[in-house]
Design a protein around this ligand. Structure first.
Ligand SMILES: Nc1ncnc2c1ncn2[C@@H]1O[C@H](COP(=O)(O)OP(=O)(O)O)[C@@H](O)[C@H]1O
Ligand SMILES: [Mg+2]
Length: 264
């Protein structure tokens, strides 16, 4: 008798935005934040959403996090509509995301304690993670005593320690000076290489997108639509982005930034 063979179903996208529209009621009537936005993120993608301020990037991340619902369309994780937050999807904000009353170590440990890990074990793992992001010796400092860069290193440690399937990053380095931002981009890149989460990163920084992403989706200003998606899978990247000059120029011009010298 023939035994039934197991059908291997090809993996679908991990995240899928399907014709998402968001309208906000404001004093001046309805504001359309997103207009018919669709995209797919596959497991292991480093997917960047790039667009001008106010185009709806944070809103989109909140939809994926399960914090908001679309006015029309759907956002799916593993084919199922996202209806609420999940520990599988961790959100990292630009700033002000650490608990001011906890030490850096306490902040990182909290991510594990929330998962039921015993405090002593959580604190020991947090120490290792703080060392991993370059904060050895600062475990007992409180967030207000350290620099913005150190706070964001702590936020990255807190995000990665919980080993989320999807990391949602909302302009995590937007408040940092240019050099600190590059150093933090390197920390993030290394952590992504090591732990291979699926990453959905929001930024308005074209170079950050080019450096970190294997897919870049460029949004128009409001009402926000997808202008173009760029794919950079299997590219070697460094902060010298000269190999991506053509894409950089195209993205800037999509965003309405001048890239040619005007001749008289
Ligand atoms: N809760 C809300 N109520 C009304 N308008 C909102 C709300 N949240 C965001 N908006 C508006 O929607 C647009 C998109 O916001 P946001 O997602 O924060 O943009 P981005 O992150 O790209 O800067 C903005 O114009 C913002 O003012
Ligand atoms: Mg935002």
């Amino acid at each position: 008798m023939n035994m039934p063979t197991l059908q291997v179903v090809p993996n679908g996208p991990l995240l899928r935005a399907e014709r998402v529209t968001i309208d906000y009621a404001t004093e001046r009537g309805l504001v359309r934040a997103l207009d018919d936005v669709s995209f797919e993120v596959h497991r292991g993608d480093r997917f960047v959403l790039l667009g001008p301020s106010g185009c709806g990037k944070s809103t989109l991340l909140h939809l994926v996090a399960g914090l908001e619902k679309p006015s029309a369309g759907r956002v799916l994780a593993d084919g199922k509509p996202i209806t609420e937050p999940s520990p599988r999807r961790t959100l990292v904000f630009q700033e002000h995301a650490l608990y001011p009353w906890l030490s850096l170590q306490g902040n990182v440990a909290m991510a594990l304690e929330l998962q039921g890990v015993a405090k002593s074990e959580a604190f020991e793992q947090a120490r290792v993670w703080l060392e991993r992001v370059g904060l050895n010796g600062f475990e007992h400092y409180y967030p207000h005593r350290v620099s913005g860069g150190m706070r964001q290193r702590t936020a990255l440690a807190r995000a990665f320690i919980a080993k989320p399937e999807v990391l949602l990053l909302d302009e995590p380095f937007g408040a940092l000076d240019a050099l600190t931002r590059m150093a933090l981009q390197d920390v993030l890149r290394e952590l992504i290489e090591e732990h291979q989460p699926t990453v959905l990163l929001v930024t308005h920084d074209v170079d950050e997108a080019l450096y970190l992403a294997d897919h870049v989706l460029v949004f128009s200003p409001r009402p926000t639509r997808v202008l173009k998606t760029f794919n950079f899978t299997h590219c070697e990247k460094s902060h010298d982005l000269s190999a991506f000059a053509a894409e950089r120029k195209e993205i800037l011009s999509l965003l309405g930034i001048k890239t040619e010298v005007a001749h008289p």
